[in-house]
Design a protein around this ligand. Sequence first.
Ligand SMILES: NC(=O)c1ccc[n+]([C@@H]2O[C@H](COP(=O)([O-])OP(=O)(O)OC[C@H]3O[C@@H](n4cnc5c(N)ncnc54)[C@H](O)[C@@H]3O)[C@@H](O)[C@H]2O)c1
Length: 269
Amino acid sequence: MAVLQELQGKAAVVTGAASGIGQGIALGFLREGASVVAADIASLDATCALAAGEGLADRLHQMTADVTRETDVAQAVEAARERFGRIDVMVNNAGGAGAMQPLLDIQAADFDATFALLLRSVFFGIKHAGRAIRSQGGGGVILTTASIAAQMGGCSPTLYAAAKAAVVRLSAMAAVELAPWRIRVNTVSPGPILVPGFTASGIGAEQLARVQPWPDAGQPSDVAAAMVFLASERCPFATGSDLVIDGGVVAQGPQLLKRLFADLAQHRE
Ligand SMILES: NC(=O)c1ccc[n+]([C@@H]2O[C@H](COP(=O)([O-])OP(=O)(O)OC[C@H]3O[C@@H](n4cnc5c(N)ncnc54)[C@H](O)[C@@H]3O)[C@@H](O)[C@H]2O)c1
């Protein structure tokens, strides 16, 4: 019996596909039958090798792109149209930590670079994929990797949190504007996900899992599963939404009672 593939026949662009979550999304989309333009500023050799290992390389097109440059993002969208004849799904995923300094020490150039990487890039993706999907007709999907840092403190550097909050709102407003063309626009907000950046700093699955209620650390494939769902025909009415994939971190909150009572107990000792 043929297995139902959620994204059969669809063409997608995934930015930041060389590593971590983006690599997981690219592979997840390929496994579900999509053709994928994998775009990144870094080498995509590892992603291509993984796809080839599963016999999926014929539906993968790799290209170098810097998402802070509008022409590069436009070219990634164009590459999908040239190679696969269409674009159905855009995933704005590329990102990084941005400026790490305390707010009062951040220079204007670092502020601009952070917002160029985390917010302006998403605007470019929405704009160029939106135009292409509108002109081909029949609708499509634009997804962006946001973060739970958009909702709460203590998860990231300050500018990162501000940029991700802006990404969530930009995406929601785009959903309003693009609805007449049946273009669904949503964000996925991951909590801590085990990517090479964590592993390189000595943080493994065990440490990561300890910060959340759910017993297992989040993996790129967990975010990819949410992206596949939102990109598929299974949720045709979901637009303007933000799907949190975080093992319960936001639900858990700041644990005020636990901290207050621990503090009281300490004072009584
Ligand atoms: N890992 C987490 O815990 C986590 C949590 C919430 C949100 N996110 C978001 O997930 C997305 C992916 O991050 P990740 O955790 O997989 O990290 P990662 O570093 O493994 O992957 C990021 C990818 O983006 C690429 N990239 C960076 N700058 C680029 C540019 N200018 N143009 C094109 N590509 C560029 C990198 O080369 C890399 O391949 C980011 O938007 C990040 O903010 C990650």
